[in-house]
Design a protein around this ligand. Structure first.
Ligand SMILES: NC(=O)c1ccc[n+]([C@@H]2O[C@H](COP(=O)([O-])OP(=O)(O)OC[C@H]3O[C@@H](n4cnc5c(N)ncnc54)[C@H](OP(=O)(O)O)[C@@H]3O)[C@@H](O)[C@H]2O)c1
Length: 267
């Protein structure tokens, strides 16, 4: 499986999981567009990529803003001509306060980034992927264990991550006719900027990458999603748990294989 000439967009690319994914993709010879609001951390990621950074473009982006997302995809198309992979990773949480005290502004901020941001990027990716030759691509949404079960005082985050599962399923279904596949990874406790406060819950050194349903993965899927899961284990320092649930196979009946017009599997 060669990643030659594959183009990826990673949102939330300047820190944590997004950064680890960018560095992994660049080493696999992807060209990567890094999106996030803070240009300095995007540039820092590029600096850490060293010579691999020459295959990358940093585009400061607010995924909750439609015009900003439009600009991201226009720059991607202008620079690289196509898009093969979108990793909808940008995310945020609200302060862990009781649901009844949460200002509605905070609710909206989390939903705007975690859900509307992923939707806007998915919409823009569809427009590009369905027109390009060869047609199609892959979208991977970063869900969470919170897509399955809540933590206390995390209603907006939990609601947004449950909703991401709906977006993933809709995207997989709607993308079929354009050879666009979509899956989701649901991660628990990788130590990043977002989870620096969440030390409790650590039960020792535990690094899991597993198929939640015990299924064989769909043809074409293992490459990128499994690689991301492997890179994610490098995010968690020793002693921190990184339980990674790869929930994509549950969607395998709706996800098409991604094949080029000549029929070979591209992933
Ligand atoms: N770490 C975990 O254990 C864990 C578990 C489950 C799920 N996740 C998910 O993993 C994803 C990444 O989180 P992380 O743990 O790596 O935390 P992180 O280091 O805080 O990363 C979040 C990234 O999202 C970006 N972001 C936030 N708002 C944005 C916006 N409006 N537009 C564009 N980018 C935005 C941030 O960059 P800027 O501030 O520069 O915009 C940041 O780079 C999130 O979706 C999170 O829900 C993480």
């Amino acid at each position: 499986m060669s990643a030659q000439e594959k183009i990826a967009i990673v949102t939330g690319a300047g820190s944590g999981i997004g950064k680890a994914t960018v560095l992994g993709l660049l080493k696999e010879k992807y060209s990567v567009v890094l999106a996030g609001r803070r240009s300095e951390v995007l540039m820092q990621t590029l600096a850490e990529a060293g010579t691999y950074g020459s295959q990358a473009l940093a585009v400061p982006t607010d995924v909750s803003d439609a015009a900003s997302v439009r600009d991201l995809f226009e720059k991607t198309k202008k620079t690289f001509g196509r898009l093969d992979l979108l990793f909808n990773n940008a995310g945020t949480g609200a302060a862990p306060i009781p649901l009844e005290d949460l200002p509605v502004k905070e609710w909206r901020r989390v939903i705007d980034v975690n859900l509307t941001g992923a939707f806007l990027c998915t919409q823009a990716a569809f427009r590009l992927m369905k027109e390009q030759t060869p047609r199609g691509g892959r979208i991977i949404n970063n869900g969470s264990i919170s897509a399955h079960a809540p933590r206390p005082n995390s209603a907006p985050y939990t609601a947004s991550k449950h909703a991401i599962t709906g977006l993933t399923k809709s995207t997989a279904l709607e993308g079929r006719k354009y050879d666009i596949a979509c899956g989701q990874i649901d991660i628990g406790n990788a130590q990043t900027e977002m989870t620096v406060r969440m030390r409790e819950g650590a039960t020792g050194r535990q690094r899991l990458v597993h198929d939640r349903n015990g299924h064989e993965d769909a043809p074409g899927w293992p490459g990128v999603r499994r690689l991301i899961c492997e890179w994610l284990t490098s995010v968690a320092p020793l002693g921190a748990p990184a339980a990674i649930t790869d929930s994509g196979p549950s969607l395998r009946n709706t996800a098409p294989q991604y094949r080029s017009p000549t029929g070979e599997e591209r992933w």
